[in-house]
Every structure is written in structure tokens, then in C-alpha cells.
Write a protein that binds this ligand. Structure first.
Ligand SMILES: Cc1ncc(COP(=O)(O)O)c(C=O)c1O
Length: 354
């Protein structure tokens, strides 16, 4: 195993373990201090090592987005999982039932069709399945927009054999979340239903979760590594970024431009709502460098604002825009402290998007 980052082939995914652990400790401390259950989303790191560490630090369980991620984490010994995704289709429902026999599994629903599928899966597997009703407080992705419709679905869950109404779910926490939750909780109370769990998430607003006291559980993923987007949104400082892509300068003909061996297959072309003009990452040590154009295997960096340029063969670290998407591109991650490589781990749940 390479002992130094200089010995790694590039592009390589690096995790500064001390920063990652500091991020884990801070979020757990926040949740413990505010009596919030922390249910970290493993979609960011995709590593059994960090999932186990999150649990050992006090997390109530983990969150997985896809069945494939959950299967990897159950194999790794995680036994309390929220699957934060609407499961649809017979083959997926059979997998869900099989998982529910192997761990404490809960999932979400935002329609009768999903509830009917879950009921079928629970009956086939012979399990009782906790289901949270997914509400949309303004994000416009999944979830039920009208609180009274969410209450109606909760009633349907509660009266379906094999299913148990476990509470409310929303993502991310927005300015309208509190109102949405209040109305839904009042409606549930009128129907004689309790919501033991009110789960919400997202790293950008995580540290203000206590301002929505209805929320009992925080699902955060990106906080372990952070990324350029979190820094831009003010949710992290540059020194909180634990993830970077190690890249080599492979060409530098112009006085104001260098080319890295890390393109869209190494950094992703995910702009996360930034404009293309803001670039694809931060080149550490070269403030003002703009990772402007990405090809599959090339990054064209505009260095006009930089005092000095790296030379061909030099290596640089690039903090990507979106940690979760970048991690998904790598078979392996190097855990590092400075330039020392402490370990190289397979990204076990990488590519488990089904
Ligand atoms: C449903 C759900 N919950 C929680 C999260 C965690 O959000 P973040 O990575 O911002 O912490 C995500 C991220 O995409 C998500 O989709």
C-alpha cells in the first residue's frame, strides 16, 4: 500500500481523517445538546467504517437512500436503517422485505401506490414495517405538499395491516417546514395519531434544526466531508472540507492555464446550482484558480488570478463542488493525514444506485 500521497496514482480521492472525525464529533455534539436523534445519511461517504463510527459516537441509526446502499450497510453490521426513498416495483419491494427481515428498517411513502406496495412487501416478508409519511414543505421533489393530504396518507398507513405509521419525514428543512409540520401534527392529533419521529435533514441548515422544535431526528450526510457548495452556502469553513481529489498537472503551455488529469469522471460536472462561471472545484494552494472547463479526463484551469502556477508533474488537491457525487466515482478512497496515507478503503456502497 502506498504510504504517501506522492505514491498514489491520480486522480485519487483523499479523505483527511482528522477533519472528517472533527466534523462527526461536532454534529453529534450539536444533536446530543439539543436532544435530537442523529441519523446520518451514508450516501455521502458510502463506507462501513464511517457508518460504524457514526453509530459508536451516538447516532440513533443510519439513513440510506437506495436499497443497494442499505444492503451493503446491513452486510457491514448496521442494524437500524431508514430508507429515505419511495420504493416502487416488485423486485425492489422483495428486496425491501428481505432487508426488513435482517435489520430494523423503516421507510417512507408519499402516495397510496407506494403504501400499497409496502403493504404487499411487508405481507410477503412477514414483517411489520414502520412507514414515515413524506411531506414537501416547499422543495418540490418527493413528498405531499398539503399537510391534510399527508394526514390522510398517515391514516391509510395506520389502518393497513403489516404497516405502522412511524411519523413524518421532510427534506430539506426550509423556512416553511415549521408551518407544514405544525399543520400536519395538528391534523394527526385530530385523527388520534401520534408521530413518534419527525425526521428532517440537510447539512446546510443542520445547525438551526433546534429552531424547528417539532423535528426529533436529523438526517445529514455531507457534514462528514463538506464540499465547496457547503463553504459557498456558509455551512462550513474551508478547513472543514475533509474530501479532495488529488490531481496531476499534465500540461501547462499558456502563462495563465494549466490542465489537470481530473475531468468530469474525477470531479463530476455537478454544479449544484452554481453557475458554470463559478467552476468545478477549489484548487488548494492556488486561490483564484478557476476549474473552468471539464472534459471527461481533463480539467482546464484558468490561472489568471493566481500569483504562481504549478508545473507539469506537480500535484494539487481539488475540493469538489459536491462531495457525495464525487465519492460515487471512486472504487477506493485514501484516508490521509497531511501527506501520509493511513489506509486505502474500498468505497463499498459506491455505484449502488439501485
Ligand atoms: C432525503 C435526504 N435526506 C437527507 C439528506 C442529507 O443531506 P445533506 O447531504 O445535505 O446532509 C439527503 C441528501 O441528499 C436526502 O436526499
Amino acid at each position: 500500500m502506498p504510504r504517501a500521497t506522492a505514491d498514489l496514482l491520480t486522480p485519487a480521492l483523499l479523505v483527511d481523517v482528522d477533519r472528517a472525525r472533527r466534523n462527526l464529533a461536532r454534529m453529534q455534539e450539536y444533536c446530543t445538546g439539543h436532544r435530537l436523534a442523529l441519523r446520518p445519511h451514508v450516501k455521502t461517504h458510502k463506507l462501513p467504517l464511517f457508518a460504524r463510527e457514526q453509530l459508536a459516537r451516538g447516532a440513533a441509526g443510519i439513513t440510506c437512500q437506495k436499497l443497494g446502499e442499505a444492503e451493503v450497510m446491513v452486510d457491514a453490521g448496521c442494524d437500524d436503517i431508514l430508507l429515505s426513498y419511495e420504493v416502487v416495483g416488485e423486485r425492489n419491494l422483495l428486496r425491501l422485505g428481505a432487508l426488513a427481515r435482517r435489520c430494523r428498517l423503516a421507510t417512507i411513502a408519499d402516495s397510496r401506490a407506494v403504501v400499497d406496495g409496502l403493504a404487499w412487501a411487508a405481507a410477503r416478508a412477514g414483517v411489520d414495517l414502520p412507514v414515515l409519511v413524506d411531506g414537501d414543505a416547499g422543495y418540490g421533489r418527493t413528498g405531499i405538499a398539503a399537510p391534510h393530504d399527508a394526514v390522510a396518507l398517515a391514516e391509510a398507513v395506520a389502518s393497513t395491516p403489516g404497516l405502522r405509521f412511524a411519523g413524518l419525514f421532510t427534506y430539506p428543512t426550509l423556512s416553511g417546514t415549521r408551518d407544514w409540520l405544525r399543520q400536519a401534527l395538528q391534523g394527526l392529533a385530530r385523527s388520534g395519531l401520534a408521530a413518534p419521529v419527525v425526521s428532517s435533514g440537510g447539512t446546510p441548515g443542520a445547525l438551526a434544526t433546534h429552531e424547528v422544535p417539532e423535528i426529533t431526528e436529523l438526517r445529514v450526510g455531507t457534514y462528514i466531508y463538506n464540499d465547496r457548495t457547503m463553504v459557498r452556502r456558509g455551512a462550513a469553513a474551508p478547513e472543514d472540507c475533509a474530501l479532495s481529489v488529488l490531481a496531476t498537472v499534465i500540461s501547462a503551455h499558456a502563462a495563465d492555464r494549466v490542465i489537470l488529469d481530473a475531468g468530469s469522471k474525477a470531479l463530476t460536472s455537478d454544479l449544484v446550482q452554481h453557475e458554470a462561471a463559478l467552476g468545478h472545484g477549489d484548487v488548494l494552494g492556488y486561490p483564484g484558480a478557476l476549474v473552468g472547463r471539464l472534459y471527461e479526463e481533463h480539467a482546464v484551469c484558468d490561472m489568471r488570478a493566481c500569483a504562481a502556477l504549478p508545473r507539469v508533474g506537480d500535484r494539487v488537491r481539488v475540493v469538489p463542488n459536491h462531495a457525495c457525487a464525487a465519492v460515487n466515482l471512486y472504487d477506493e478512497v485514501a484516508l490521509v493525514r497531511g501527506d501520509e496515507v493511513l489506509d486505502i478503503l474500498p468505497v463499498a456502497a459506491r455505484g449502488r444506485s439501485r
